[in-house]
Design a protein around this ligand. Structure first.
Ligand code: GCO
Ligand code: MN
Ligand code: MN
Ligand code: MN
Length: 386
């Protein structure tokens, strides 16, 4: 039970399970794996696919010949092991050229290079069969607002995305673009810190229908925000194009913990939201094993991410079928057909009727909602005693 299969659409990045334990204070603690080894191992574990940045696969200095050899070896491994590449993205953050941003650099040469690098990376992703292209603006931000580039940065970023959407169409690619918000790290302040700010920006793009959001559990949690609420808003906007799952303690450095490692309850309500809303896209674990782990620990980590998702999915099913929980929910919600008819859309007559209505304000305020009971039932379900 709880063994993942490709039908579950779980994915990992080459950079996630490939992470070597290096952090700002210390060197690598494990050698990592080649892309081909990662494909083999993920297939064994029952994953659906593997995602990548251009330079996770092809080193930034590779010659055209090397690139073609690496890509063909990788494609062979994908087809041997039946793994897909559903999502691709660009590394616009590691190279020193991007130290003050890529699309939002104050240097027009860096902005042009970022566009060039992204087009080449989109070519690579398309060659590997990716349909989702992620933009995570890791270095798009500032520490020094004396740089006076806030409004320019928004315009440069918009121009770049408009350019790349047109490039995609001109090449006949099927990409949908998913913009990934993060509040900080590695920049002091990253532009578009939340899902809501991404949604606002997307509405200003020329082909906004091709742009959605790639929200990440850790990013909202770092800032003390409720990730499940953010995802609900993205779903409501029809913009959940991709999702990055992991875990995080609030207020800490960017931890990228195993999914469900820290916040069981938020993870539960997130999984329930995804399942109940019928999200059918990939579930991507953008996380990595602790620095304490060796190779076996990395695969235990990967398996754990997927198992926890499946366990929480089963818990969500139980929640929906638990008669006591459903009774508590039914008691919590009060429906009134006549009032709903009045309030669900405006007319001058309905407004008059509503203005004349009498409400028993004291009774509304006095009613107990039963949320303690409902929440305790949920806790007991999650703790395995129901
Ligand atoms: C982070 C981000 C990245 C992006 C990745 C794909 O905190 O470093 O989450 O892992 O998701 O670059 O775009
Ligand atoms: Mn256009
Ligand atoms: Mn992240
Ligand atoms: Mn991410």
């Amino acid at each position: 039970m709880y063994d993942p299969t490709p039908a579950d659409q779980f994915t990992f990045g080459l950079w996630t399970v490939g992470q070597t334990g290096r952090d700002p204070f210390g060197e690598a603690t494990r050698p990592g794996f080649s892309p081909v080894q990662i494909v083999q191992e993920l297939a064994k574990l029952g994953a659906y696919g593997v995602n990548l940045h251009d330079n996770d696969l092809v080193p930034i200095n590779a010659s055209a010949q090397e690139r073609d050899r690496i890509v063909s070896e990788f494609r062979q491994a994908l087809s041997d092991h039946g793994l897909a590449v559903p999502m691709a993205t660009t590394n616009l953050f590691s190279d020193p050229a991007f130290k003050d941003g890529a699309f939002t650099s104050a240097d027009a040469r860096v902005r042009a290079y970022a566009l060039q690098k992204t087009m080449l990376s989109m070519d690579l992703g398309a060659e590997l069969g990716a349909h989702t292209y992620v933009f995570w603006g890791g270095r798009e931000g500032t520490e020094v607002d004396a740089s006076s580039k806030l409004l320019d940065s928004l315009a440069w970023f918009r121009d770049s995305l408009n350019f790349l959407a047109d490039y995609s169409a001109s090449q006949g690619y099927s990409y949908r673009f998913a913009l990934e918000p993060k509040p900080n790290e590695p920049r002091g302040d990253i532009f578009f810190p939340t899902a809501g700010s991404m949604l606002g920006f997307i509405a200003t793009l020329e082909h906004s229908e091709r742009f959605g959001v790639n929200p990440e559990f850790a990013h909202d949690t770092m800032a003390g925000l409720n990730f499940t609420h953010a995802v609900a808003q993205v779903i409501d906007a029809g913009k959940l194009f991709h999702i990055d799952l992991n875990d995080q303690k609030m207020g800490r450095f960017d931890q990228d913990l195993r999914f469900g490692a820290e916040n069981y309850k938020t993870a539960f309500f997130l999984v329930k939201l995804l399942e109940d809303s019928g999200y059918t896209g990939p579930k991507h674990f953008d996380a990595h094993a602790l620095r304490t782990e060796d190779a076996a620990g990395v695969w235990a980590f990967a398996r754990g991410c997927m198992r926890t998702y499946l366990i929480l999915k089963e818990k969500a099913r139980q929640f929906n079928e638990d008669s006591e929980i459903q009774a508590a929910l039914a008691a919590y919600r009060i429906e009134d057909a006549a009032l709903s008819e009045l309030t669900h859309s405006f007319s001058a007559e309905k407004a008059q009727v509503l203005k004349a209505q009498t409400f028993d304000r004291a009774a509304l305020g006095a009613r107990g909602l039963g949320l303690e009971h409902l929440d305790q039932l949920t806790a007991e379900l999650l703790l395995g005693v129901r």
